[in-house]
Design a protein around this ligand. Structure first.
Ligand code: CA
Length: 221
């Protein structure tokens, strides 16, 4: 086998951050605050969120749907990457963490672009689908409960515009995807979505070993 993705030591990872991470101050403060709450495992690593923001700039995204807000770190960076008329609908079933993030959204001046929906994301998605949000979004980011990933994905395929992008987070799930002993609902949900997207002719896709694994799929035109 030829060269595969480099195994990042802590030192090399820190180097990568030192020459690439351009984290705005409100985002840095939000990340540190989240770390203080000891919930850092649920937060996307900063270089991954920065990459997603870069993708949004690249495609000129104005309409974004995020499934799983948490403290809204990625939400904040996506907001900064979008034009002033850009809008993010972001869904979560718990408003404690988005409420924590909100003051940093305000500090970054992106709160006006963020429309937080407190409800199970499947309900919010079905609701949007019944109100003309099919073929609507430029980018949909799936990063909520893993058990429902395929359900989110099937809706996302209908909601993203042709040529638009779907991002799916945690697709390597800490490596547990290859541990056959692990048959927990989350791990099975991740295996299922990975197989689904790989076999799906409706999209072109690539899986990146960034963070906990990120799949990018583009809906065929
Ligand atoms: Ca995640």
């Amino acid at each position: 086998m030829g060269k595969r993705t480099l195994n990042l030591t802590d030192e090399l990872y820190n180097y990568l951050l030192s020459v690439s991470l351009k984290e705005p101050q409100p985002a840095q403060k939000l990340r540190e605050e989240t770390n203080r709450m000891l919930l850092s495992a649920m937060q996307s690593p900063p270089e991954e969120s920065q990459f997603i923001a870069l993708l949004l700039k690249w495609i000129g995204a104005k309409r974004v749907l995020e499934i799983g807000t948490f403290t809204g770190y990625t939400t904040l960076l996506m907001g900064l990457a979008m034009p002033s008329n850009g809008r993010i609908i972001t869904c979560d079933i718990d408003d404690r963490w988005p409420n924590m993030g909100r003051r940093f959204w305000e500090e970054a001046g992106v709160d006006c672009k963020i429309d937080f929906r407190l409800a199970p994301a499947l309900e919010t998605m079905d609701n949007l689908l019944s109100r003309d949000y099919a073929n609507y979004f430029d980018f949909i980011f799936i990063d909520a409960d893993k058990e429902n990933y395929c359900n989110y994905y099937e809706r996302a395929i209908r909601m993203v515009r042709p040529g638009g992008m779907i991002g799916v987070d945690n697709v390597l799930w800490g490596g547990s995807v290859i541990n056959v002993q692990n048959q927990g609902p989350d791990t099975r949900g991740i295996r299922e979505i990975n197989k689904r997207i790989y076999q799906d002719d409706r999209v072109s896709m690539s899986m990146l070993p960034i963070g906990d694994g990120l799949t990018i799929a583009i809906r065929e035109i």
